[in-house]
Structures are given as structure tokens and as C-alpha cells.
Design a protein around this ligand. Structure first.
Ligand SMILES: Cc1ncc(COP(=O)(O)O)c(C=O)c1O
Length: 379
């Protein structure tokens, strides 16, 4: 039987594989609840309570299409970052904005540069456009900015930099980014993906909007999926020069941000109490993880996000499965080229403790007794 043929490069696209929802894992493995999911960097405290209240009030408006230009939300974002309204854009999650940037800027054979260990969405975006993808290996678990800058060719159109980098959680510092931006030709769009920015208080962490203010060709991405707890609604936003925003608007699907998502985001951005609580619980959770990983002699990276990269010096699939059998879902990193590591999202205190207990059990089973004497290394 003949089938319509997709565009030739579509054959090569490996679709984004998100973590499975808890319900699906319970069903597939026949696990008994409660199962905890520390796999998708979601906020364990749940959605911003202000967002929930705003949504409740808006439920009887859902028969109306959303505000297509997301006027009120963009106005709020413009005020928050002290930029013009025309410099803002809203997406169906920030991945929507990554895809829009690829669709608007990449001709076939144009090039997108990113880190090999980096977030997966730009790789898919580039593949869909039949663009060239250059992946620069990380150096010491951090973006290798020097190599990235050296790799720029006349075909380079986009450089994608997630800061902090997912799944490693390390950052590019202000000083490093200042130097890097000076080496970037004006014809290149630098996407600064700041999905975890609200968790970070370090002065070393560069704020993308500063580079926008210095007239660089950056697209700054933020999301309501992380600290604001709205991953299920799908809403993210971007800041860039109005000319860049206009190009993105041309490839944007109509009504790409739902009415519910816009209303919830508007309320969540103002919910400082929820943001502060989320930050506090995240810091406490990371401190617990670090202490326990040290005791277990596991190599880990100190993270600026709400997740921690931990390495086992054995195939992490085994650890993943042993944890999963105990009702704890984490994330393997094979597709990020770290087969021996897991990414663990920081949960609530009881969830973190349950994870640690399950990890101890898993390692007892997996590690031969003599191994407990030797230190696990990062490789
Ligand atoms: C670096 C990075 N960017 C973007 C996203 C996705 O954000 P959104 O839910 O807004 O599409 C994630 C989610 O894990 C991420 O880690």
C-alpha cells in the first residue's frame, strides 16, 4: 500500500520523548500508588494558588477564544522586565518559542549550534527545518563557550544556550557570557533559555534581559512550567528586539496560548509567596540530596535548577528500574549521552527522603559489597 511520503528530512527526526505521566507508569508496571515522579522538573508544590483561584473565576469563559495577541500577559511581562510591549511574545510553553525560532530563522543547511548535553527541543526544531545541527561537547559538565564561538560558520543562524543547562544544572557566569556575546556576529540569533532562572539568586548568574538592553540579538526564553507550577497548562514567554518578535509572530499558530494558560500565568507571575516557597523547598531538597550523595560516594553536580545530575559509574538504567520498582520515577539520560547518570527532580521533603531510601536499597542490590569501599567517580 502506498502512503503519502513525508518530507525527506522528517525521516531523520527523532521526536521529543517526554517523561511519562505518573498514571501511565502505574498502569504499565502495575505499581501500587503512591508513586512519586521526580522526572520532569515539575514544581512539587503544585500550581501557584493565585493561578488556581484566577482559573476558577475564568472557567465559565472557556467558550471564548483566547486573546490572540496575549495582550494583558505581554503587557505584564513588558512591565516586569522593563522592556517594550513589542519586545515580548508568548508561547505554548517555551518549547513552542524554540520551534518558532527554528521555523522563522533556519533555511535548509543553515546551522544551529548548541551543547551536546543540552536540551532536546532545539535539536528536533533544527531537524524539522532540515537545518544543520552542530553539537559541541560540554567541558567539565559546562557549556564550552570557547568552542561554540570558534565553531561559528557563515551558515550559523542560531546558537542555543540553556542557562542553567538541562540536564546538568550548571551555569554560564555573567563574565563568561559577556565575553561570549562580544564574539557573536550580529547575523546570529542567540537563544538564552532561562527556564530555571527564578530559582537562582547567585549574583554570578547573568540575566538575559541585560543583553537585550545592550542591543544584542538575543531571544530570552522563560517559562511558567517550572517555579510557577503550570507545566500542564503550557505557557512560556520570550523577549527579543521587536524585529525578531515580528519574525516569530509570522510562524506562530493562531491562539497558541490558551485562555486558561494566559489567565493562570498572569496570576502566577504575581504570586511571590509561591515563588519564594518553591525556591526555599528546592534549596532544602538539593542540600539533602548533596549530603546523601556524598555519603553514598556518588558523583553529582551542584545544580542551579530544580533537578540534580547524579552519576553511578554503572548503567543508570539499572538504578532507574530499581527505583521505579519502588515507586520512584526519575529520568535516564541516555539520549543526552550520559548513560551512567540520572536526573532527579527535587521534590517535597517526604518525596526526597523516599527517593533517598529507595536509592539506598537500589544501590545495595546493584553494588557488589567490595564496591562500597571504592569511590565512585564521575566517569
Ligand atoms: C532548558 C529548558 N527549556 C525549556 C523547557 C520546557 O519548558 P516548557 O514547559 O515551557 O515548554 C525545559 C523543561 O524541562 C527545559 O529544561
Amino acid at each position: 500500500m502506498f502512503l503519502p511520503q513525508p518530507r525527506t528530512n522528517i525521516e531523520k527526526v527523532s521526536p521529543y520523548k517526554p517523561g511519562k505521566p505518573v498514571e501511565e507508569v502505574i498502569r504499565e508496571l502495575g505499581l501500587k500508588p503512591p508513586v512519586i515522579k521526580l522526572a520532569s522538573n515539575e514544581n512539587p508544590l503544585g500550581p501557584s494558588p493565585r493561578a488556581i483561584n484566577a482559573l476558577r473565576r475564568a472557567l465559565n469563559q472557556l467558550h471564548f477564544y483566547p486573546e490572540d495577541t496575549a495582550f494583558y500577559l505581554r503587557q505584564r511581562i513588558a512591565r516586569m522586565f522593563k522592556v517594550d510591549y513589542d519586545a515580548t511574545i508568548v508561547g505554548n510553553g517555551s518549547v513552542d518559542l524554540i520551534y518558532m525560532a527554528c521555523a522563522a530563522y533556519l533555511d535548509p543547511d543553515d546551522e544551529l549550534i548548541m551543547s551536546a548535553g543540552g536540551f532536546i527541543a532545539p535539536r528536533v526544531g533544527a531537524a524539522i527545518m532540515n537545518a544543520r545541527l552542530t553539537q559541541i561537547p560540554t567541558a567539565n559538565y559546562r557549556h564550552n563557550l570557547e568552542r561554540m564561538a570558534e565553531s561559528i560558520t557563515p551558515q550559523t543562524k542560531i546558537i542555543y544556550l540553556d542557562n542553567p543547562i538541562n540536564p546538568l544544572g550548571t551555569i554560564v557566569t555573567r563574565k563568561e557570557l559577556d565575553e561570549f556575546m562580544e564574539c557573536i556576529p550580529d547575523r546570529v540569533l542567540v537563544i538564552l533559555d532561562e527556564a530555571y532562572a527564578e530559582y537562582i539568586t547567585s549574583r554570578e548568574y547573568p540575566r538575559g534581559v541585560d543583553y537585550y538592553n545592550k542591543n544584542h540579538n538575543v531571544l530570552i526564553l522563560r517559562t511558567c512550567s517550572k517555579i510557577h507550577g503550570l507545566a500542564g497548562l503550557r505557557i512560556g514567554y520570550g523577549i527579543a528586539k521587536p524585529e525578531i518578535i515580528q519574525s516569530l509572530m509570522k510562524v506562530r499558530l493562531p491562539f497558541n496560548a490558551s485562555r486558561a494558560a494566559q489567565i493562570a500565568a498572569l496570576a502566577a507571575l504575581d504570586d511571590t509567596r509561591h515563588i519564594q516557597r518553591s525556591r526555599r523547598i528546592n534549596e532544602a531538597g538539593k542540600a539533602l540530596f548533596y549530603k546523601e550523595f556524598k555519603q553514598l560516594k556518588l558523583f553529582y553536580l551542584e545544580s542551579y535548577g530544580n533537578f540534580v545530575f547524579v552519576n553511578f559509574a554503572v548503567d543508570a538504567q539499572l538504578v532507574f528500574e530499581a527505583l521505579q520498582r519502588q515507586g520512584v520515577i526519575t529520568r535516564t539520560l541516555k539520549e543526552y549521552e550520559f548513560p551512567n547518570a540520572l536526573r532527579v527532580t527535587v521534590g517535597k521533603e517526604n518525596e526526597n527522603r523516599r527517593f533517598i531510601k529507595a536509592l539506598r536499597t537500589a544501590l545495595e542490590i546493584l553494588r557488589p559489597p567490595a564496591d562500597s569501599e571504592t569511590e565512585a567517580t564521575g566517569e
